[in-house]
Design a protein around this ligand. Structure first.
Ligand SMILES: Cc1cc2nc3c(=O)[nH]c(=O)nc-3n(C[C@H](O)[C@H](O)[C@H](O)COP(=O)(O)O)c2cc1C
Length: 315
């Protein structure tokens, strides 16, 4: 029997039925998983990045398995905004999914164009700005520079008042300076983190395995790194956090909540078990109840020791 526990969480203006979300790029636009599993049972799906025009992505191989994670260099392949609006968003609405649209672009105008068009669409719960892809040229320009990032956020917010999360890069010289800048410019929250720049070698060919040489590391290997970023951001800012990077079990999700995340992205774990996010969401009430939490919100930030059971209020 499932223990009684209110799993709903508020991330600033965004309310989710539970904290478990599918991380961008690891669940496409939801159709494949959604054919077998109810997307409406998750907190949200963060769809793969949407650009104003179709992007071809990088040549293969694009994903390499390593001992404790994946190194990927997908390159933000996506069919573009028109396709998303015509085919994917209506379907996502029809199945009752809570949709967070990950927005990508080569220029600030690209991001603003996508955000602006989405403003007219029902069924977009929030935007996530990807300023942190390590696998495309100029993919990190905005995410590495606090001033550029803040300017971008201000323009996007003007184009679309929806709750806005900025997905940061751990490869930036000072990710928390970028966080401070984007929150100052009107972002509602942070997604921490995108992948960590990494390398895999093909010993037979004596060459890097990925054609672009480097890729982004995700999966269990990065979990302690993600926890550290969540912790530090939670100490410095009052903004809500979507913690993403290395969560694969319900215990991981509880750790992320305790560190200060209000929602947790499940990414690479989905490749190992397509139903990973669903299993976690199902197991979460009991895992939280065992620790004495009556609600998921209570657990958020509770490891910061600000009083008995006191989470960090981030509503
Ligand atoms: C194959 C693959 C594709 C990804 N594509 C995107 C993407 O399009 N946009 C984005 O913001 N993040 C993308 N990511 C990063 C994930 O959303 C997530 O931040 C990262 O994988 C860490 O979480 P995990 O350890 O749970 O996988 C991708 C990750 C993988 C493994």
């Amino acid at each position: 029997m499932t223990a009684a526990c209110d799993l709903s969480v508020s991330l600033g203006p965004l309310r989710l039925a539970n904290p478990v979300v599918l991380a961008s790029g690891t669940a496409g636009y939801g159709r494949e998983l959604g054919a077998a599993l109810p997307l409406s049972a998750l907190g949200a799906i963060v769809v793969k990045g949407v650009a104003p025009e179709p992007w071809p992505g990088n040549p293969g191989p694009r994903v390499v398995e390593t001992p404790a994670g994946l190194v990927n260099s997908i390159g933000l392949e996506n069919p573009g905004l028109d396709h998303f609006l015509a085919h994917d968003l209506p379907w996502l609405r029809s199945v009752g999914a809570t949709v967070i649209v990950n927005v990508v672009g080569r220029t600030a105008d690209d991001y603003v164009k996508v955000a602006g068009r989405l403003a007219a669409e029902p069924g977009v719960a929030a935007l996530e700005l990807n300023v942190s892809c390590p696998n495309v040229e100029a993919g990190c320009e905005f995410g590495h520079d606090p001033k550029l990032a803040a300017g971008l956020v201000a323009r996007v917010k003007e184009a679309n008042p929806a709750p806005l999360f900025v997905k940061l890069s751990p490869n930036a010289p000072d990710p928390l300076a970028v966080a401070e800048a984007v929150l100052g410019a009107g972002a509602d929250g942070l997604t921490l983190m995108n992948t960590y720049l990494a390398l895999a070698i093909d010993v037979r060919r004596r060459r890097p395995l990925l054609p672009g040489v480097t890729g982004g590391l995700s999966g269990p290997a990065v979990k302690p790194l993600t926890l550290r970023w969540i912790w530090e951001a939670a100490e410095r800012f009052r903004a809500p956090i979507i913690g993403t990077g290395g969560a694969a079990t319900v215990e991981d999700v509880v750790e992320f909540l305790l560190a200060g995340a209000s929602a947790v992205g499940i990414g690479s774990a989905t490749f190992a078990r397509p139903d990973a996010a669903w299993r976690i969401a199902e197991a979460l009430p009991e895992a939280l109840a065992r620790l004495g939490f009556a609600t998921a919100a209570e657990a958020v930030g509770a490891a910061h020791g600000r009083g008995a059971g006191a989470g960090i209020p981030r509503g």
